[in-house]
Design a protein around this ligand. Structure first.
Ligand code: GYE
Length: 308
């Protein structure tokens, strides 16, 4: 572009970077924090962000990506609701020479060159961490057996598949830890409560542990446990993942035993990666987020430091 007023502004600096971002939805506290992080990082960097909410539906994400291609955005980023079924639309983006960055959730594609980078957590490790906490607890009560009910995340999503696998990997060798029921609660409070009610109806006192793939489902389930006349955190141990504010509040009330951290504040890394990609610089194919584990004993100390 020509410099009309004579100031020496290079052409690339005159035009802000445009990113099209397709978000999963607004299903959880985690997701709300993730969306806020991406929007604020974009704003701070002067990036033009086109944001689309897919309401947990893959077809909406495919439509959004196609519209970003039609609008010729500089970079497409998205958090894929499920792992499979992306080959066609990602090939369309590649043909249009628009680089794609995955955030939060991974995809299964035949050709890894269909995206430039994946920024997100190690969900298998999160599942292992949840199970390790439970194994430690069981070791302190060596004569007891624990029947576990599992609330899975969205069917076909990377965090549901991986958190299930990581947890199973750790408990499998231990005959005292057994999953007796496992069903999806779609990562929401309402579904978590509903499915826990069904578990309680059929299994009642047999349930010793709830493992929820996210805090929101655990929080919904805690309500169901209380309504059924049991004490969450005591009669039924509650183990979950994310580390959101609501989980810390539940721990402080003695209703949740542990949350494994999954950091949603991916905005700054996403924007930075998009800027590097646009500038033609190399970026790592996989960027893993650092995370911790918070048992209820440390909740009071950690609570003031929480940013989401
Ligand atoms: O754990 C859950 C959310 O993909 C890591 O999605 C994310 C998960 C998160 O709805 O709360």
């Amino acid at each position: 572009a020509a410099c009309v007023l004579g100031a020496a502004i290079p052409a690339h600096a005159a035009r802000p970077l445009t990113i099209g971002f397709s978000q999963v939805g607004a299903e959880s506290e985690w997701r709300t924090a993730n969306t806020a992080s991406i929007k604020s990082a974009a704003k701070q960097a002067g990036v033009n962000l086109k944001f689309a909410d897919a309401q947990q539906r893959q077809e909406n994400q495919v439509k959004a990506i196609r519209s970003f291609i039609a609008q010729r955005v500089d970079v497409i980023a998205f958090s894929p609701v499920v792992e499979s079924g992306w080959d066609t639309v990602l090939r369309e983006a590649k043909a249009a020479k628009i680089p794609v960055i995955l955030t939060d959730r991974a995809v299964k594609v035949s050709d890894p060159s269909l995206y430039v980078s994946f920024i997100g957590s190690d969900f298998v490790e999160e599942g292992r961490r949840a199970a390790r906490w439970l194994s430690e607890h069981q070791k302190k009560n060596p004569n007891r057996s624990y029947n576990i009910v599992e609330l899975q995340g969205t069917v076909g999503s990377a965090p549901a598949i991986d958190r299930k696998a990581g947890f199973a990997e750790v408990i499998n060798g231990n005959p005292k830890l057994k999953i007796i029921r496992s069903q999806t609660g779609d990562f929401t409070r309402a579904k978590g409560k509903e499915v826990m009610e069904a578990f309680l109806k059929s299994e009642g006192k047999n349930i010793n542990v709830l493992y929820a793939h996210n805090d929101d489902m655990a929080i919904g389930a805690i309500q169901a446990i209380e309504e059924a006349g049991f004490k969450p955190g005591k009669d039924i141990l509650v183990v979950s993942i994310d580390g959101v504010r609501g989980a810390f509040e539940a721990m402080l009330q003695g209703k949740l035993n542990v949350t494994v951290e999954c950091n949603p504040l991916l905005g700054p890394q996403l924007i930075q990666t998009a800027q590097l990609v646009k500038a033609g610089k190399p970026v790592p194919k996989r960027i893993v987020v650092n995370e911790g584990v918070f048992p209820a004993e440390v909740a009071a100390r950690e609570f003031p430091n929480r940013q989401y």
